[in-house]
Design a protein around this ligand. Structure first.
Ligand code: Z2T
Length: 811
């Protein structure tokens, strides 16, 4: 990075001139943002070339993380922090009369992901660069990321996210590295001597053009690569011929249909959408990515047998599971290896992470669709299935039921999770309880057959974005107390625990939290017009809207509190501000109703003078990485209340903890490990355990009506959904009401209500002991080190990828 203030100024001004032909006076804010980005981009690109050069020269093993989603968040500020130049540049710009914050607002927040899975991929990329692992991302350059959410008359409205409209400062188009991906057509097989040769005919070819985004480490010289593929039409002879034949319209139709492949991100989290275009997207980026990996490999090595020594391919859930047959195809059809050699290389190269046990998220493709779009893939998957079934038969002769439940092709469907398990050498869950459930329930047959493949890798978050960048004042206190070692060695945060009863540090931490709450209160005032009190408890529930995440349980508790306050306005509760944010998938009716209910309830409660401002409810629109950076530092309470067993890990829970919020949650996902880390006294755990949930499902023992009729609070709140209590059409929330009663409350909202309400009472009591609360807060921060993605990445490197960090030396 450029460390000299005057040199920086000169280059910045020069960039304005060469990029826009303008001086500081005439340049727009966006011009200035682009000129500043260019300064940083130029510095990074030197280290980037050097990193690539040293990777090639040393031949060190490379990791490729294949993911349909990368939820990156803004890059500029992160680069300034990572490069250690933020303060110098801020001053330099100030001297030029420019406010750095205003420039940062110009940057689009690339939302190329839905939620946890996509954000995890981004945290992993950041940690790999910081730790020095040669790890790169492979994904799709969606023209439109996740929709932008607006709330209009209490309804979610979706608007397109045109994040590329002003150009993206951090991407490098690499047209010379484009590859072809082929769809449809037929496969012709013929025998040439000993070998079978497969030729693809009458296919439709698409050009995959990579756009590379640099991923810079922290105060090191490592710059890894995120390669995002864009779908474009080919200017090949077929094209020209059709133009010559006057088939202009057909040729243009082909062009626009090709562009569709990388046009949009499917907006569902934890849900499988079985569309042909989605399968096209999957094969498109997987084939392009694998082709480019093999092309690079062949520049140095001649034998493919060493591939697993030089390359690891990791698949983020089953979305890229087509990598298994595609790598087989490349090794057999292109590199002329035998099946057995190709299979050994493929399984030793690929590893797979499972992210959910929700059955509606399981990917299965109809055989007919799969075969006609990807005929060669189908042939290979078919052969994989034959061989797997044969070996299962040997192990379990006659056990048809078991074999059918494990077959890659069964009931006329291709089962992608089964393909991923058989085609990889490692299968991991994302938190201990999730991995245990995979082994004991969801994948128990596979676990018995391949016991050594299964392992746990508890998720993590990058503490550099989520503490150092998002909460610089808290980061400053920590550094003052324990030094800056925690930034590259997050386990050191534990040393901050020594200050949990130190009155001076307690006061500093309290002040910073209060200040962050004031900043958020100001934002809320601007966005919603509602005034909130920074002295109230900020109780924050932010994540995708989903029945299993139980935003409704929180809502019911708020409604009950409101009812009690109406009855007794002098009820001695600490004033609370309940803050929600999150997107609902556009087609997910109950999730949209949930948003509407929160919004309607907010309009009722926020203007009610009877309750003396003791309760406020806020729904913030358009939850995104940027909004998260505002919310986590300002939270007192972290809501993690999913039905036990359903949330594979959760990562928001870790961001809250790292910023000193205290968790109220179920024993689900990584909450279990957060509980282990902080101990009983520093978290509020309630509700059914996953074992109890499984027992209910297996024995049909739960009866929502029984809870309804025996608890007057629940009965009252439920009736208020449909009796005209809410200022909205009376029948509007009937479907929600029915999901909880007529449909017997699949996610145990009513069953867990009492335990949740009690935990909230305990929490309120504890908050009243001001010093106890801060002590708890500091203790949470100090125990958050293990939830850094640096730790997670080191475990993946050690146990799955078998890679080691490398030090990139200055050129
Ligand atoms: C997703 O965000 C998650 C799981 C999915 O399964 C799909 C999506 Cl888009 C296919 C989430 C989990 O729900 C969450 O518990 C976990 O923390 C996160 O992935 C990262 O592992």
């Amino acid at each position: 990075m450029l460390m000299d203030k005057d040199e920086f100024k000169a280059i910045f001004v020069n960039n304005l001139q060469t990029m826009f032909g303008k001086g500081i006076e005439e340049a727009s804010i966006n011009n200035k943002y682009m000129a500043l980005s260019r300064v940083i981009r130029d510095c990074i690109s030197k280290n980037w070339m050097e990193t690539n050069k040293q990777y090639s020269e040393t031949g060190v093993k490379q990791v490729y993380y294949f993911s349909m989603e990368f939820l990156l968040g803004k890059a500029l500020d992160m680069h300034l922090v990572n490069g250690g130049v933020k303060e110098i540049y801020r001053e330099a710009l100030e001297e030029l009369g420019i406010d750095l914050n205003e420039l940062e607002k110009q940057e689009a927040d690339p939302g190329l992901g839905n939620g946890g899975l996509g954000r995890l991929a981004a945290c992993f990329m950041e940690s790999m660069a910081a730790v020095g692992i040669p790890g790169h991302g492979c994904g799709i350059r969606y023209t439109y990321g996740l929709f932008e959410q607006k709330i209009v008359d209490h309804n979610q409205v979706e608007l397109p996210d045109n994040w590329l409209q002003d150009g993206y400062a951090w991407e490098f188009r690499k047209a010379d590295k484009a590859v072809e991906v082929k769809f449809g057509g037929t496969i012709n097989s013929s025998q040439q001597g000993e070998r079978w040769v497969f030729t693809h005919e009458n296919y439709e070819a698409v050009l995959a053009v990579p756009y590379d985004v640099p991923l810079a480490g922290y105060h090191n010289n490592t710059v890894n690569t995120l390669r995002l593929w864009n779908a474009e039409s080919l200017h090949d002879t077929f094209d020209l011929a059709s133009f010559n034949r006057g088939e202009y319209l057909e040729a243009m139709e082909y062009r626009s249909s090709v562009g569709l492949i990388s046009k949009i991100l499917y907006p569902q989290d934890n849900f499988y959408e079985g569309r042909l275009l989605r399968l096209k997207q999957q094969y498109f980026f997987v084939s392009a990515g694998l082709q480019s990996i093999i092309r690079r490999y062949k520049k140095r090595y001649s034998s493919m047998k060493q591939l697993p020594k030089r390359v690891a391919v990791h698949i983020n859930d089953t979305h890229p599971a087509i990598a298994v047959p595609e790598l087989m195809r490349l090794l057999m059809d292109q590199e002329e290896l035998s099946w057995d050699d190709a299979w050994k290389i493929t399984t030793e190269t690929i590893s797979y992470t499972n992210h959910t046990i929700m059955p509606e998220a399981l990917e299965t493709w109809p055989v007919e669709m799969f075969k006609s779009l990807l005929p060669r893939m189908y042939m290979i998957v078919h052969e994989i299935n034959e061989r797997v079934c044969r070996s299962l038969w040997d192990a379990y002769p006659g056990d048809w039921e078991r074999i059918r439940s494990m077959a890659v092709i069964a009931d006329n469907m291709v089962h992608m999770a089964r393909l991923a398990v058989v085609g990889s050498h490692s299968v991991n869950g994302v938190a201990q309880i999730h991995t245990d459930i995979l082994k004991e329930h969801i994948m128990s047959n596979f676990h018995k057959f391949y016991p050594k493949k299964f392992n746990n890798k508890t998720n993590g978050i990058t503490h550099r974005r989520w503490l150092l960048k998002a909460n610089p004042e808290l980061a400053g206190i920590i550094t003052d107390c324990i030094g800056s070692g925690w930034i590259t060695d997050p386990q050191k945060l534990e040393e901050f625990g020594r200050f949990d009863t130190d009155k001076i540090i307690q006061e500093k931490v309290r002040k910073v939290k209060h200040n962050n709450k004031k900043i958020l209160a100001k934002y809320i005032k601007e966005k919603t017009g509602v005034t909130i009190d920074a002295r109230s408890i900020f109780d924050v529930h932010i994540k995708r809207i989903h029945s299993y995440k139980r935003q409704i349980l929180n809502v019911f508790h708020i409604m009950d509190l409101y009812n009690r306050l109406k009855e007794n306005p002098s009820l001695a509760i600490t004033p609370r501000t309940f803050i929600f944010a999150g997107k609902a998938a556009p087609g997910y009716y109950i999730a949209k109703q949930t948003i509407k209910l929160i919004s309607v309830l907010a309009s009722l409660i926020n203007k009610d003078k009877d309750i003396k401002g003791k309760l406020k409810v806020i729904f913030l629109e358009n939850y995104s990485v940027s909004l998260g950076e505002l919310l986590f530092p300002a939270a007192d309470v972290s809501e993690q209340i999913s039905t036990a067993s359903k949330e594979a890990s959760g990562t928001g829970n870790m961001k809250f903890m790292l910023n000193g919020a205290v968790t109220i949650g179920t024993l689900d996902g990584a909450n279990v490990e957060i509980h282990d880390a902080v101990g009983d006294d520093n978290i509020f755990i309630f509700g059914l355990t996953s074992q109890q949930v499984f027992d209910y499902y297996n024995h049909g023992g739960y009866d929502a009506w029984q809870v309804y009729s025996s608890d007057i609070r629940i009965k009252t709140v439920l009736e208020q959904l449909v009796n005209g209590f809410l200022p909205y059409q009376r029948e509007e929330f009937r479907p929600l009401y029915n999901s909880l009663l007529a449909d017997n409350d699949e996610f145990f909202v009513l069953r867990d209500f009492d335990a949740y309400a009690k935990a909230q009472v305990e929490l309120d009591k504890r908050y009243k002991q001001k010093n106890k609360w801060i002590e708890m807060s500091i203790h949470n921060i100090a125990q958050a080190g293990i939830f850094s993605s640096d730790r997670t990445i080191c475990e993946y490197s050690r146990d799955i990828w078998h890679t080691k960090p490398v030090v990139i030396t200055k050129p």
